[in-house]
Design a protein around this ligand. Structure first.
Ligand code: NI
Length: 264
């Protein structure tokens, strides 16, 4: 549009003086018409210095890695080393039964900025458990976690992601499902798990893995290396909610901060 205007003005300038006695005023409103068009931000970006442009292109994309069914002394410790080395945070949904033997590991998780969540005391299917058992399984794991790492809110990940609407009303913390599941427990193969995650991942996702398996620890560390190069930042689930301005509600099962999973 700009070009057409210039051409018209240039053509007008070439006309004999007599014909130009009443020059046509350029219609500046035409600029307003194009202000919302896609090419405008590209033009602006083009005028930026190289460093600012790189910063904009590399603006962080946030994602949360979550690990279920731990802690397990050897694999979880190795994972924590790798996370620390890479400056990545994660969330661990731990099984209550495994808390007493792994207190030091849990304290390390907390000290290094990771989030700790509840995965029930003995990994029960909450959907079919008695209501009393649901309360007991959650409460028992929570008590052990408080003994190990102190007071806090330990968000629940129901084993297998199953709970049902009736039982979810008994839960007094937010519940976290996932939005990317590479089925690491089934594949037991680092490269396949990495490929499955990289193919599916979007900013804001919650990725399900299990620190119980050595292949999953290897996969997690490679996923971090690959996605950090693409500008991803690894945060805890709690941070992911905060960044997106979502206050999670107790008894609600979230697949991501912006997506609730229907439990009925
Ligand atoms: Ni599990």
């Amino acid at each position: 549009m700009k070009k057409t205007l210039c051409m018209l003005l240039a053509a007008a300038a070439l006309l004999p003086a007599a014909a130009c006695a009443q020059p046509v005023e350029p219609d500046l409103s035409a600029y307003e018409d194009v202000s919302g068009m896609a090419e405008i931000p590209i033009e602006i970006l083009g005028e930026l210095d190289e460093e600012t442009r790189e910063d904009l292109v590399a603006a962080p994309k946030y994602v949360a890695l979550t690990f279920d069914d731990g802690p397990r002394a050897d694999t979880t410790a190795r994972l924590l080393d790798g996370l620390l080395e890479r400056g990545a945070s994660a969330t661990f949904f731990v099984i209550g039964e495994q808390v007493p033997c792994n207190k030091e590991l849990l304290r390390r998780m907390k000290a290094e900025g990771h989030q700790i969540g509840n995965h029930t005391y003995s990994h029960v299917r909450l959907l079919t458990a008695d209501k009393d058992a649901v309360i007991e399984e959650v409460h028992k794991a929570e008590t052990l976690l408080k003994e190990a790492v102190g007071e806090g809110s330990f968000w629940l990940r129901p084993p297998y992601g199953l709970i049902g609407s009736e039982r979810s009303r008994l839960i007094q913390t937010p519940m976290i499902y996932w939005s990317v599941d590479p089925q690491d427990w089934k594949l037991l193969n680092k490269d396949k798990v990495v490929a499955a995650v990289l193919e599916a991942v979007q900013p804001g996702d919650i990725i399900l893995l299990h620190d119980f398996y050595s292949t999953s620890v290897d996969a997690a560390l490679e996923i971090i290396d690959r996605l950090q190069k693409e500008g991803y930042d690894f945060v805890t689930v709690e941070e992911l909610f905060r960044i997106q301005g979502v206050t999670p509600q107790a008894g609600v099962l979230y697949a991501r901060p912006d997506r609730i999973r229907n439990v009925s």
